[in-house]
Design a protein. Structure first.
Length: 231
């Protein structure tokens, strides 16, 4: 049983500012990921790796095909699901971690990291304790926890974002360059957490340009150039 399966997925962008020009980018995307496995998306920049993650997460709608995410014993087709159902899948089964933090004004770093657990129904005290443990793991100084991350350095914001995205134990996890700009110690933290999630049965799709990190976490690689539509 696969936790995530894409079959026949295609995506064309419509350039509304250029007279509705159609720009096909992906076609016939086919791959699946089993629980406990990590698939690394490889290929040159511009071949559509990040677009595939956004299609899986439902940020982009695909033009053809199916994207099945297994949640609680049933499969949801993200390609056909209404927005309300997609939001439910995100809350319960589908995590998406990028290297960029959308900083929320006046909300502390600790609350930002804890929020996904609170949204899942975890008691706030428990969520806060688990968020604090994750912040320690990412070497974020305790003096920063009560401050809003908008004032933090880029590297500190990235670690807050990773702590927030990796804290909930989603069955399916999407990683878009999670180790970019991190130092060696924090790259190792990400590798350790990804391995833990795999041991717990998570299915992971990752874009990682660092060959060493990709070799450490990926069980197989999916070459996206085979799905890219030549310009």
């Amino acid at each position: 049983m696969h936790a995530l399966a894409l079959s026949g997925v295609a995506k064309t962008f419509t350039m509304h500012l250029q007279g509705g020009l159609k720009l096909p980018v992906l076609r016939d995307v086919n791959f699946a990921v089993a629980p406990g496995q990590c698939a690394g998306l490889t290929g040159p920049s511009g071949t559509g790796k990040s677009s595939i993650l956004k299609l899986i997460y439902g940020n982009y709608r695909c033009d053809e095909g199916h994207i099945l995410v297994h949640q609680g014993g049933k499969a949801v087709d993200i390609a056909a699901a209404p927005p309300r159902q997609i939001l439910s899948v995100r809350q319960n089964a589908l995590g998406y971690v990028t290297q960029f933090l959308r900083a929320v004004p006046r909300v502390s770093a600790l609350d930002i990291v804890a929020e996904p657990l609170v949204m899942k129904g975890v008691a706030r005290d428990d969520a806060t304790a688990r968020a604090a443990a994750m912040l320690r793991r990412f070497n974020v100084p305790e003096r920063l926890w009560s401050l809003p991350p908008a004032t933090f350095s880029g590297g500190e914001q990235q670690r807050i974002n990773l702590a927030r995205g990796l804290l909930p134990e989603h069955p399916v996890l999407l990683l878009d360059e999670p180790t970019a700009s991190l130092d060696a110690n924090n790259r190792a933290v990400v590798v350790d957490i990804v391995r833990e999630r795999k041991r717990a049965g998570a299915a992971i799709v990752a874009i990682v340009h660092d060959d060493e990190v990709r070799e450490a976490i990926a069980d197989n690689n999916v070459d996206v150039t085979q799905f890219a539509v030549a310009a």
